[in-house]
Design a protein around this ligand. Structure first.
Ligand code: 16G
Ligand code: ZN
Length: 535
């Protein structure tokens, strides 16, 4: 009897001796060992869709900010969320099945375990970034999806957040939660119109240079620009640089959000002068950081923490001005990497609640879902704002009592439409930042002046076995190896305003050490000492 699952697995055999893990950002490794994984992900996507009675599931082929020779794949849940955790485990097990018979057996075992009717339709949305290996890997995925009998909607090249958007649109079409039209044009129209409404005639000052990391974000941004008001219409002048997708080997090389954040410098190709606003996307456009050169020509970074504080303060003002402060509470979600000064600013100046979660978008997103308005950003530029059902309802039904309230509520509503609520989206995030700056009549210097970052240092430490590093308290404390945390605490106490933590990376074979203190020298010294301890 023919077994299409086993046949497809046979066509894309798993390399012997490799172990794959569905990590914080899906499967991610060297592209040339991913063929078998993609086929198996096709099986999983079909099963997941059937388990959800035929809802659309997303599959994105990308390795984000990783080097050009890498690739990866991740699955997206019906509302655009990251894959549910128990299915991460299933995906990992499936990816590590070697013999075609075992693959097929596991496929049927999962179907039985979750009472999945294999005759239910399976629907899967697929897109990829601009990596050279993407076309081949897409073929491997298609073989898996075809063998599992899935209906497939293919979008070609998309940014990761665009794919999340498509998934959410398709699953909410025709319902009261309809999110938009599930086409690229629908995406540009929705965000373009929201940007215009949210500006409300306020003119963004100067221009913005956006670095596309030579990835999919560049061409997609150029498309989006066609739907934004032009400079003459009171819009924003945007120039796009590092948008060479014809040369995939240049992806993320000396450019992009990760380069800027890690090296604390502008891409060498940047020609921006003092005071010019610049933003960098990462390779799949789900991260964005801002930066500029100050009057002394010193590079200044405005990272995810800064975006979170800027946005939280603006939304806080809008909620107050619309008379809703008593019924809608805003909270900010950060990770341990957030600068202590940012946390302090949110708590003391903005008087908002701060939650801290482990690293990884899914943790922040979950925590933000519990808030009326949850602003979440990782320092590296991943993030968005989400509004609870009740909050949306309250805003919708609210009758403004005067023109001031009316204006505030209209801007708030436009911001809700401007923010991609399915996932952090670099394009939508930078448009939001531009709206806030325009309303506040701020340039990057005023934005930077809201608080002063504590000097900090991030180090990567190579260890024998990173799995022995176990943490608690949102990764801020080590529970294992024994005694290490006490040693860290001792060093922290020796410096002023000291804070430090060590955690095993989820994407690299290393331990990361973060330290901050009152001065640069103390922060660097603390980071070094803690690295010695964990080594
Ligand atoms: C992944 C995460 C990112 C996190 C990073 C940490 C998603 C979509 N991506 O890229 O949020 O900041 O991992 O990497 O969740 P690390 O564990 O190596 O420090
Ligand atoms: Zn990314």
């Amino acid at each position: 009897m023919s077994d299409p699952i086993a046949d497809a697995a046979q066509k894309h055999p798993a390399p012997e001796g490799l172990v794959y893990t569905y990590g914080t950002a899906g499967f991610r490794t060297k592209a040339d060992v991913l063929d078998s994984v993609l086929t198996r992900v096709g099986f999983i996507a079909a099963l997941r869709s059937r388990a959800l009675k035929g809802k659309w599931i997303g599959v994105m082929i990308t390795a984000s900010h990783n080097p050009p020779q890498d690739n990866g794949v991740k699955l997206v849940e019906p509302l655009g969320n990251m894959l549910q955790e128990d299915w991460e485990v299933i995906s990992t097990e499936m990816a590590n099945k070697v013999s075609p018979e075992h693959v097929s057996q596991y496929y049927h075992d999962i179907a039985a375990k979750f009472k999945i009717d294999l005759n239910t339709p399976a629907r899967v949305v697929v897109a990829r970034d601009t990596r050279a290996s993407g076309a081949r890997l897409l073929g491997c995925l298609q073989d898996g999806l075809a063998a599992a009998g899935a209906e497939v909607k293919e979008y070609g090249f998309l940014t990761t957040p665009q794919l999340h958007y498509m998934v959410r649109c398709l699953n909410t079409e025709g319902t009261k939660d309809a999110y938009g039209t599930a086409t690229e044009q629908g995406y540009y129209e929705k965000f373009g119109a929201a940007f215009k409404t949210a500006l409300r005639g306020k003119k963004p000052s100067g221009s913005l240079t956006v670095d596309g990391a030579n990835g999919v974000g560049g061409p997609k941004l150029k498309e989006l620009i066609k739907y934004l008001p032009s400079k003459e219409e009171g819009g924003l002048e945007i120039s796009v640089i590092n948008d060479n997708v014809i040369k995939p080997e240049s992806l993320n090389v000396d450019c992009g959000a990760d380069y800027v954040k890690t090296n604390q410098r502008a891409p060498p190709s940047s020609k921006a002068g003092p005071g010019d606003r610049c933003a960098s996307l990462d390779g799949d456009a789900d991260r964005v950081v801002y930066y500029f050169k100050d009057e002394q020509n010193v590079f200044r970074l405005l990272d995810g923490d800064r975006i979170a504080t800027l946005v939280a303060s603006f939304l806080g003002d809008l909620v107050r001005q619309s008379g809703l402060a008593d019924s809608i509470k805003i909270g900010v979600v950060q990770t341990a990497y957030a600068n202590g000064a940012a946390t302090n600013y949110v708590e003391q100046n903005l008087r908002l609640k701060v939650d801290c979660t482990p690293t990884g978008v899914k943790y922040l997103h979950h925590a933000a879902e519990k808030l009326d308005i949850g602003v979440y950003f990782e320092a590296n530029g991943h993030g968005t704002v989400i509004f609870s059902h009740d909050t949306l309802d309250t805003i919708e039904k609210y009758e403004p009592r005067n023109p001031g309230e009316k204006e505030a509520i209209e801007v708030l509503q436009a911001c809700i439409n401007l923010i991609n609520q399915s996932v952090g989206d670099a394009l939508s995030d930078f448009l939001l930042v531009e709206v806030v700056l325009a309303h506040k009549h701020w340039g990057p210097q005023e934005w930077l002046s809201t608080y002063t970052d504590l000097p900090n240092r991030l180090l990567k430490v190579l260890v024998n076995d990173r799995t022995i590093f176990k943490t608690t308290d949102a990764e801020r404390k080590l529970t294992s190896p024994e005694g290490v945390q006490a040693q860290i605490d001792k060093e922290v106490q020796k410096v002023r305003q000291g804070r430090s933590f060590a955690r095993a990376s989820g994407t690299e074979d290393a331990v990361r050490v973060y330290a901050e203190a009152a001065t640069k020298a103390e922060a660097e010294d603390l980071a070094r000492k803690v690295s010695e301890i964990v080594k």
